[in-house]
Structures are given as structure tokens and as C-alpha cells.
Design a protein around this ligand. Structure first.
Ligand code: 13P
Ligand code: SF4
Length: 472
């Protein structure tokens, strides 16, 4: 069912049906009586996502009187997210609660500033002492256990001083600073927006800043450049790689394409610009299953190569309605998430028995978790950005976070009433941690390291990204 069906349903105040999608602006959203009947609360024009989950319903007996339609209706949960630009409808099955499906991706440039940023961005210029006091208290309270010994008084004093210079340089140079969820807290604080890899690129695409300073890893800066083209210069504090990106052997891919002339290539966004240019579609950790299913439906009978992450690929394959015999999974893995196997997850859940597991599908244990067996029955596959949205609205109070631990700072900051535990102290990406405030300051001072992508590669890669964005 297409986007128009979802729109029509919302306009008429009807409950969207399974599979409906919508991009209605909140101003267009009518009373949504069906939502309030179900106990949802939908706020118009409220920048914070409002997401209230439909309370549990007793599962019906599947007797002759229960039609399949009724059975499915009762077993699906619908969640509504309203923000300043769009309304999203998410669904998941009651039977397999871990399968969370986002039916509508927010689209070009409409992903919201995920983090409120620092006091400076809100126009309250703090003096040096106040800045130091704020950061010293906040970093130790929210990230002291994540980075033991990092936030001494002397170090935070240096950080606060650099932070002030960075804000001033960014203002003078018209720079938009954005930071990935995994970078150090001080970088998240100076950034105007904190988010996931694709969300940040879409955000900068909607802003037309002459300069973007991207704190993340190199492929993310490239993705921003692919989307921005010549409109903005993109700089990064350093040139960090990514183990997933580096594992892709372009010759193997070329061989596969030669052997399967009508084959379809799907690349996770964690690939370099050249790989994206060789692909039919890109996908993110949030929509891999939808892209895979779409590719299989649009190109029936054709072989599909999914790369580079085998764990994400396995989860996507388990969630999508595709013929597994027609899908080849590349055997790549991220070294950080590959360390998060079954045992690590079991131990973390044993330490926090009441917690829900928020799990990035790149984790080595993710394919097992699709089985939905104890202790993984409260596990949720989420991209880094979806973790924020989910945690903010879940009734649960405690969460084990199975991804790079940098995101825990943001989760704690934005969901103050809840408790977040990193799944392991080892869940650290050295590449992400190559970003520092000092390097960002130097990058702004000396205009380095600029991300450039060859025009022809950029155009081809952009096609693959755009094709993904049309899939709902
Ligand atoms: P996201 O797309 O969720 O930001 O993840 C990127 C990444 O590098 C995961 O390790
Ligand atoms: Fe790459 Fe893994 Fe680091 Fe993400 S966590 S940037 S996938 S190496």
C-alpha cells in the first residue's frame, strides 16, 4: 500500500492500516481520534517526537471464530511519531516483539536535530567559568564510567577553552558542525546536531551552510559530500577509516557483477563512495530489510548481493520476505560489533535482568536474537538513531545498549529518568575516537581535512542513495 493511502487515512482521522505510509506535515494532521482512542498522544508541531505505545492486549485464541484479519490486527502494534516535519507510523508484531519496522523514513533533510546541543547554540553564551562548570559536572555524571579518568578538572578546563574557540571559528566561517552518536561527549556538545550517519547527511542537505564540519568517520563525510555536491565544502577533524569499509575488496565485487550481469548490489552506507557508485541501492541499519525486500520485488528472480556486513545482512534476510537462495551475503563485519557475541549479551543481561536490550544489527549476536528466545525476548534491533527514539518512549526504565558506547552519553542526556548500561567496556570504536576537540579546532583554523569525491563517482553514488530514499 503506498504513501497516499496512509495520508488519506490520517487526513480523514482514520487509523492507518498495516503498511500505510505517510509524510504528512503535523499541520495537516487532523484530530487523529483513532490514536487517542487507543491511548496515543499526538502533538502537532512539537519538535520532540511524541511516541506512545498502544498498551498490551491479551493475545486472542486462534479459533475458528477469529479470522486471519482479526488475528493479524490484534498481533500488530502501531506506534506514531510526530515531529515538526513528518508523521511516521511504525509497526511491530506482538508475536516477535523484537522486530521493529519503521514504515516511513523521514526523507530528505527532515531528520530532526537530534540533540539540543550546547548552551551557545541556544543563544545563551556562557562565560568561560560557567562553561567549564557545566561540562565538568555533565561529563563526569553522564560519561565518567564510560571514559574513566578522562574528565579531570584540568582536562575539562582545556576542553571548555577549545570549545569556546571552536564555536567562535564556526560562527565566523559559517560552519555547521555535526557529530555522530559515537564521538566523545565534548564533540557532541559543540555540534549543532548529533545523529546517525545518514541522518546527519540528510540534515546538512537541508541547511545550505557554506561549510560542514563532520565529526565521524571518513565514509560519513563522503556520504555528506555525495548528497551535498558542490553546495558545501565538507571538512573532517581527521581521516578515520572504518573496519567495515576497509574489508570490501572491490575486485571481488567486480567479479560478482561480471558473473551476475543482471544482479542487484545493495551496499550498507558503511562503504566508500566508489562502492556506493557500483551499487544499485544503499541501505542503512534502519531500513536494510525494507531495501532488500524492495530489491527482490522489483527485480524478481535476480541474484542480490548484500554487503559488507554479514550480521546486518542476516538480520535483513530474516526480516524481509525474500528467497534466501537468491541472496549472497558478503562476509564483512565491524570489529567493534563482531566482539558483541551471544556470551557478551547474555552476561550483560544477567547483570541487568530487568533491562531491555537495544541492539545494533551489526552485532555478532544479532542473528541469534531473531529467534526471540529468552533471555533475548526483550531485544530490539535498532539503528543508533532509533535507539534514542525507542528509549525515549518505551515504558522500560533500564536498557542495555549493544553498540559503540559513545551513544550512551547521549541516551543518558536525553532520557534523564532512565538508566543505560553499555553492553561492554570494550565496545569502543578507535576510528570514531580519532575525532577530538583539538583536531576539530585545528581543522577550523587551517581548513583541513577536506572531503572530496570525484564528480562521476559522486553522481553514480548519489543515484544509489536516492533510490533508497524512494523506498517506503
Ligand atoms: P548508524 O548508521 O546507526 O549511525 O551506524 C553507523 C555505524 O558506523 C555503526 O557502527
Ligand atoms: Fe565502522 Fe564499526 Fe567504527 Fe561503526 S563502529 S565506524 S562500523 S568500525
Amino acid at each position: 500500500m503506498g504513501g497516499r493511502a496512509g495520508k488519506a487515512a490520517l487526513r480523514e482521522g482514520r487509523k492507518p492500516r498495516l503498511g500505510d505510509q505517510t509524510t504528512l506535515a503535523p499541520a495537516e494532521v487532523p484530530a487523529l481520534d483513532w490514536a487517542s482512542d487507543l491511548g496515543y498522544e499526538v502533538a502537532r508541531g512539537n519538535i520532540a517526537n511524541i511516541l506512545k505505545e498502544h498498551g498490551p492486549e491479551p493475545a486472542p485464541e486462534r479459533t475458528r471464530k477469529t479470522t486471519w484479519k482479526e488475528f493479524l490486527r490484534r498481533h500488530w502494534e502501531v506506534m506514531v511519531a510526530a515531529d515538526f516535519f513528518t508523521v511516521e507510523v511504525w509497526t511491530r508484531t506482538r508475536l516477535t516483539r523484537s522486530l521493529l519496522i519503521q514504515w516511513r523514513y523521514t526523507g530528505w533533510g527532515v531528520r530532526l536535530p537530534a540533540s539540543p546541543g550546547t548552551a551557545q547554540q541556544k543563544g545563551e553564551a556562557l562565560n568561560e567559568t560557567a562553561q567549564f562548570e557545566l561540562w565538568y559536572e555533565r561529563f563526569n555524571r553522564l560519561a565518567g564510567d564510560l571514559y574513566p579518568g578522562r574528565y579531570s578538572r584540568d582536562h575539562v578546563r582545556d576542553l571548555a577553552e577549545m570549545g569556546r574557540e571552536i564555536m567562535e571559528l564556526a560562527r565566523r566561517k559559517g560552519s555547521l558542525i555535526v557529530a555522530h552518536n559515537y564521538v566523545y561527549p565534548e564533540l557532541q556538545e559543540v555540534a549543532e546536531v548529533v545523529g546517525d550517519s545518514l541522518g546527519l547527511s540528510l540534515f546538512v542537505a537541508g541547511r545550505n551552510a557554506p561549510r560542514v564540519d563532520f565529526c565521524g568517520v571518513w565514509f560519513m563525510g563522503q556520504t555528506a559530500k555525495i548528497i551535498l555536491g558542490d553546495r558545501s565544502k565538507v571538512y573532517m577533524p581527521d581521516q578515520p577509516g572504518c573496519s567495515l569499509v576497509d574489508l570490501v575488496d572491490h575486485r571481488r565485487i567486480t567479479d560478482w557483477i561480471t558473473r551476475h550481469q543482471d544482479g542487484v548490489v545493495i551496499s550498507y552506507v558503511n562503504t566508500d563512495a566508489r562502492m556506493k557508485a557500483m551499487s544499485h541501492y544503499t541501505c542503512t541499519s534502519a531500513n536494510a530489510a525494507q531495501v532488500l525486500e524492495h530489491a527482490a520485488r522489483t527485480h524478481p528472480g535476480r541474484r542480490i548481493l548484500f554487503l559488507p556486513d554479514k550480521y546486518l545482512g542476516a538480520v535483513a534476510q530474516a526480516l524481509a520476505r525474500v528467497n534466501p537462495n537468491l541472496v549472497d551475503l558478503y562476509d564483512g563485519a565491524c570489529h567493534v560489533h563482531a566482539r558483541i557475541g551471544k556470551e557478551v549479551a547474555e552476561k550483560a543481561l544477567a547483570r541487568q535482568p530487568g533491562a531491555e536490550l537495544l541492539i545494533h544489527p551489526e552485532c555478532a549476536c544479532s542473528a541469534l536474537i531473531t529467534s526471540n528466545l529468552p533471555p533475548f525476548k526483550d531485544a530490539h534491533f535498532l539503528s543508533s538513531e532509533q535507539m534514542l527514539r525507542y528509549a525515549a518512549t518505551s515504558a522500560a526504565k533500564e536498557f542495555v545498549v549493544a553498540t559503540e558506547k559513545g551513544i550512551v552519553y547521549r541516551l543518558r542526556k536525553e532520557c534523564p529518568g532512565k538508566t543505560f548500561y553499555p553492553i561492554s567496556d570494550n565496545a569502543v570504536c578507535e576510528y570514531m575516537k580519532m575525532n577530538t576537540l583539538e583536531k576539530l579546532r585545528d581543522s577550523l583554523r587551517h581548513d583541513r581535512f577536506e572531503v572530496e569525491v570525484d564528480q562521476a563517482v559522486r553522481d553514480k553514488a548519489r543515484e544509489a542513495v536516492e533510490r533508497m530514499l524512494t523506498i517506503h
